[in-house]
Design a protein around this ligand. Structure first.
Ligand code: ATP
Length: 453
């Protein structure tokens, strides 16, 4: 697709997200706030499905990974030890002509020279470091002693609690700690919709191991993570694996893979998988003076474990899911011509609503009662949407736009008006093929649960 077409496609995706309650600008009625977003009724379900499935795959279905939920604000000493206070910065430049501010490493280049992405001028200031951590104060006094940061990543809590978790979980190496939570970065230029925000969520694993297993386990996690993306509906060919060369890696990392997705605005990072050696635990041993070593009782050895870190963004993955699912199809219209169907082809396990439930007509109490009864019986097991307004075709279209994989219609056959053999059966309509089949009400729950698990 050409660049113009891709940006038009992105605009239509953004507009659908607002129209159908996926994503709104934060504080919109006051003009918004750059880099912050709210998720509406559909968006929150999508994110929840994503986080729940990540947790299930990486924590609940594994013997060797345990979870935790750390605080957002931690002792400032954590960020000194981790190096964030000193070095978690991006190079910032100002355009001398239009006075806009930019991240120097993301500026476009012409004949080897960077230029302003806003006005095109090459008159830029020298880059200077801008620390991305948001500051606040804990307690009523705004002094340097009370200075705290909003965490810019969830990872540090897992290093800082390594000893407590090791002592209480009875894990042996190799094992991991996983966490999902908010992170904050005062990005110089929030952009590309939710892709680069100032408040976002991360899903991170710190997988601790022996030094000799580090490189092998980095490749193991790369494969696990690719499988995960496939299982939520992002096919492998859409993920680009970037093996980061030594010169571009953090100095302590022996291997780093970036997983990138083909967003309409360009191929961009979804997740980083970094083999961080023993850097993090060693720094915390040094700064806290506490013993964070691992004791191997059998081999009678004591050492600092190495760590492999798969670190993914919830918001970036949710945006990738929406971009991947979005489609505009030409289909036969009701009046004979053709019409465009906007549809989100979400994997059923990610879809915000699993099943739409419709009575054929809203003025027939027996149809309405039966449809409401089916909705009530499915609701404890999945998100359903009851809708009686408008023609059935219009109701299908509304569900297509939010990516509902199944719709059930209750008609006169269901309530036994056309003979006993079709009674207690409904039409089950499939979103992608737009095909319909007749199935007994009694089979609905099992059929749908098997597809959305
Ligand atoms: P980038 O180079 O895009 O700034 P990064 O390499 O600094 O990202 P990491 O520090 O590796 O990102 O963070 C891990 C993950 O957290 C990223 O892969 C991404 O999914 C998510 N993430 C990081 N920064 C942001 C942000 N500003 N907005 C949304 N998600 C983010």
């Amino acid at each position: 697709m050409a660049k113009d077409e891709l940006s038009a496609r992105m605009e239509r995706i953004v507009s659908l997200c607002k129209r159908r309650g996926f994503i709104f600008q934060s504080s919109e009625i006051y003009g918004g706030i750059n880099g912050f977003w709210d998720y509406g009724p559909m968006g929150v379900e999508l994110k929840r499905n994503l986080k729940d499935f990540w947790w299930r795959r990486n924590v609940q279905e594994r013997e060797d990974v345990v979870g935790m939920d750390g605080s957002i604000i931690m002792n400032r000493a954590v960020w000194r030890a981790s190096g964030h206070e000193e070095t978690f910065s991006d190079p910032m430049v100002d355009c001398k002509v239009c006075k806009t501010r930019h991240r120097a490493d993301l500026l476009p280049e012409r004949d080897g020279a960077k230029y302003c992405a806003h006005c095109g001028s090459a008159h830029l200031t020298e880059p200077r470091d801008f620390n991305l951590m948001f500051k606040s104060h804990a307690g009523p006094i705004e002094s340097d002693e009370n200075l705290v940061y909003l965490r810019p990543e969830t990872a540090q809590a897992m290093f800082v609690q390594f000893r407590n978790i090791l002592d209480t979980s009875r894990q042996k190496l190799p094992f991991g700690i996983a966490q999902i939570g908010k992170a904050f970065r005062n990005e110089i230029n929030p952009r590309n919709y939710t892709f680069r925000s100032r408040e976002f969520e991360q899903m991170e694993i710190e997988y601790f191991c022996r030094a000799e297993d580090g490189l092998r386990l980095t490749d193991y996690w790369l494969e696990e993570r690719l499988k995960f993306y496939e299982d939520i509906g992002i096919p492998r060919p859409k993920i680009h694996i970037k093996d980061i060369p030594a010169a571009d890696r953090a100095f302590y990392s022996k291997r780093t893979y970036d997983l990138e997705y083909e967003f309409p605005f360009g191929v961009s990072e979804l997740e980083g998988i970094a083999y961080r050696t023993d850097y993090d635990l060693s720094r915390h041993i040094e700064h806290s003076g506490k013993p964070l070593e691992y004791h191997d009782e059998v081999a009678k050895e004591k050492f600092v474990p190495h760590v492999v870190e798969p670190s993914a963004g919830v918001d970036r993955t949710a945006l990738a899911l929406i971009c991947e699912a979005y489609d505009e199809e030409e289909i036969a219209g009701e009046g004979g011509g053709s019409e465009t169907r906007t549809v989100l082809h979400f994997h059923p396990r990610m879809a915000p609503v699993k099943c739409g439930i419709f009575p054929l007509l809203k003025n027939k109490p027996a149809l309405v009662a039966c449809a409401r009864d089916i909705a009530a019986r499915l609701r404890p097991h999945m998100t359903v949407f009851y809708d009686e307004a408008g023609a059935i075709g219009r109701r299908y279209r509304r569900q297509d736009e939010i990516g509902t994989p199944f719709c059930v219609t209750v008609d006169f056959d269901t309530i036994g008006e056309n003979g006993p053999e079709k009674a207690e059966t409904v039409t089950l309509r499939h979103r992608d093929a737009m095909s319909q089949e007749r199935i007994p009400i009694a089979d609905l729950r099992e059929r749908l649960l098997a597809a959305i698990h």
